[in-house]
Design a protein around this ligand. Structure first.
Ligand code: PGA
Length: 236
C-alpha cells in the first residue's frame, strides 16, 4: 500500500480548491488502474489543504466515495495546535479536527524553521492527535530528529530537497531510512521535489510507503499523474 499525500501549504483560494477537487476526481475516475488500486486498498490519497477549506473538502471526499465510487481519499490537516481545547485564541485543536480529517502533518521543516517548533511541542501535537485517533504524519529533515512512537507515518524530507527541484535519489533515501529508529508499524514516506517524471524510483521500492508532495500537488493533473505511475506498476 502506498500513500500519496498532497501538501498544498499556504496556497489556493477556496474557489480554486473546489476546482482542484472536481478536476482531480475527473482524472482519477478516468484511470482504471488507479481506481482499482484505491478499491483494493493499495492506494491511499490524503489531501492536506489550508485549515479553512477542510470542511468543504471533507464533504467532497465523502461524496467521491458515495457518488463516484472512489474509495480511500482522505483529507488531512497541515498542522494542529499543541494545546488542548481552552483559552488559546486562534488555535485549531485536535478535537476540532476529529470529525473532519483522518491525518495531520506535524513538524514540517517550514514550521520548525519559521515558527520555532521543537520536540516538546511536536510531541504534544502528536499525542493530542493520537487521543482523537487522527494519524500523525511526522516530518523529519534529517536522521537526528526525534521519531515519536505514536506517529503513524514518518515523512523524510531532506531540507535541501524541499521546493528546490533537487530530489534525493531513492537509493539514498533508503540508505537514510536504514539509519532511522522507526517504531514497529510506522510507515515511511519520502518528500522533496517529487514530480511525475521522477516518482517511479520511489514507487518501485517496497522500502518506501509513499510520497509527500508539495508543489506538484497544486496541479490536480500532475498529482493524479504521479498516482497513475503507481497504478501502472500495480497493473504490471
Ligand atoms: P515540494 O514540497 O514537493 O514542493 O518539494 C514537499 C514538502 O515540503 O512537503
Amino acid at each position: 500500500m502506498k500513500y500519496f499525500i498532497a501538501n498544498w501549504k499556504a496556497h489556493k483560494t477556496i474557489f480554486q480548491s473546489v476546482e482542484w477537487i472536481q478536476n482531480f476526481t475527473k482524472y482519477i475516475k478516468a484511470s482504471p488502474s488507479v481506481m482499482a488500486g484505491l478499491s483494493q486498498d493499495k492506494i491511499q490519497i490524503i489531501i492536506c489543504p489550508p485549515f479553512p477549506y477542510i470542511p468543504l473538502l471533507h464533504q467532497y471526499a465523502v461524496s467521491m466515495k458515495t457518488l463516484h465510487g472512489v474509495a480511500n481519499v482522505y483529507v488531512g490537516a497541515q498542522d494542529v495546535s499543541q494545546c488542548k481545547d481552552g483559552s488559546y485564541t486562534g488555535e485549531v485543536t485536535a478535537t476540532m479536527l476529529q470529525e473532519l480529517v483522518n491525518f495531520a502533518i506535524v513538524g514540517h521543516s517550514e514550521r520548525r524553521a519559521n515558527f520555532k517548533e521543537e520536540d516538546t511541542m511536536l510531541q504534544n501535537k502528536v499525542s493530542n492527535l493520537a487521543q482523537v485517533e487522527i494519524k500523525s504524519i511526522l516530518c523529519i529533515g534529517n536522521e537526528q530528529e526525534s521519531i515519536f512512537e505514536n506517529a503513524s507515518i514518518v515523512a523524510f524530507e531532506p531540507l535541501e530537497s524541499i521546493g528546490s527541484g533537487q530530489n534525493m535519489g531513492a537509493t539514498e533515501v533508503i540508505r537514510t531510512k536504514q539509519g532511522l529508529k522507526l517504531h514497529p508499524g510506522q510507515a515511511f514516506v519520502y518528500g522533496g521535489s517529487v514530480t511525475s517524471e521522477d516518482c517511479i524510483q520511489y514507487l518501485q521500492s517496497n522500502e518506501i510507503d509513499g510520497l509527500l508532495i508539495g508543489k506538484a500537488s497544486l496541479d490536480p493533473k500532475e498529482f493524479a499523474r504521479i498516482i497513475e505511475v503507481y497504478g501502472d506498476i500495480l497493473k504490471g
